[in-house]
Design a protein around this ligand. Sequence first.
Ligand code: COA
Length: 158
Amino acid sequence: MQFRKAVIQDVDGIWEIEQSVFSSPWSRKQLAHELVANPIASHWVLDDGSSIIGFIMSHVVQSEVQIINIAIKLSHQCRGYGKRVLSEFLSQFNEKMYLFLEVRESNQPAYYLYSHFGFEQVDIRKKYYYDGEDAIVMAKMGNKIPTLLNLEKKRMSH
Ligand SMILES: CC(C)(COP(=O)(O)OP(=O)(O)OC[C@H]1O[C@@H](n2cnc3c(N)ncnc32)[C@H](O)[C@@H]1OP(=O)(O)O)[C@@H](O)C(=O)NCCC(=O)NCCS
């Protein structure tokens, strides 16, 4: 299992997952554009050697990282792959980077996954999605893993 930068050859694997897990998936053309032509794109895949198990897409501008999308193949969900993808993705950033994302209010799996890695709710965007659902904006500074965050909180409270 390898976590690596996404390349244009991954477009079909990403697209397949995208279509099966999102109600309003990106088109294959949009994904292909992201993979080859967007200068601020930083997209990654989890590859088991024969297929794409999951992916994370982001845009990076100076010290800001917007996570656009994370998804794990339906057949592989709830087995720790989401945590692995987010953990490997976050490990590349230092503590000065500001990371943020939007998540559907109803998307508990994603909300809990992000919370697990120290993301906190910072805002709500009303009726953000095409079907009228609100988006929760979540953010965190840097790449600190939960254990370190907890240790720091404990240290600060003494
Ligand atoms: C969100 C997603 C990436 C999580 O991936 P996953 O591989 O299933 O997640 P993991 O098995 O690594 O679980 C990680 C954590 O996510 C949370 N989680 C995962 N599935 C969950 C569920 N069904 N209900 C509640 N929390 C859940 C838990 O906090 C879990 O940690 P825990 O097992 O220690 O409690 C996956 O559900 C997915 O692809 N969803 C569809 C796409 C999507 O909605 N992406 C987010 C867009 S913002």
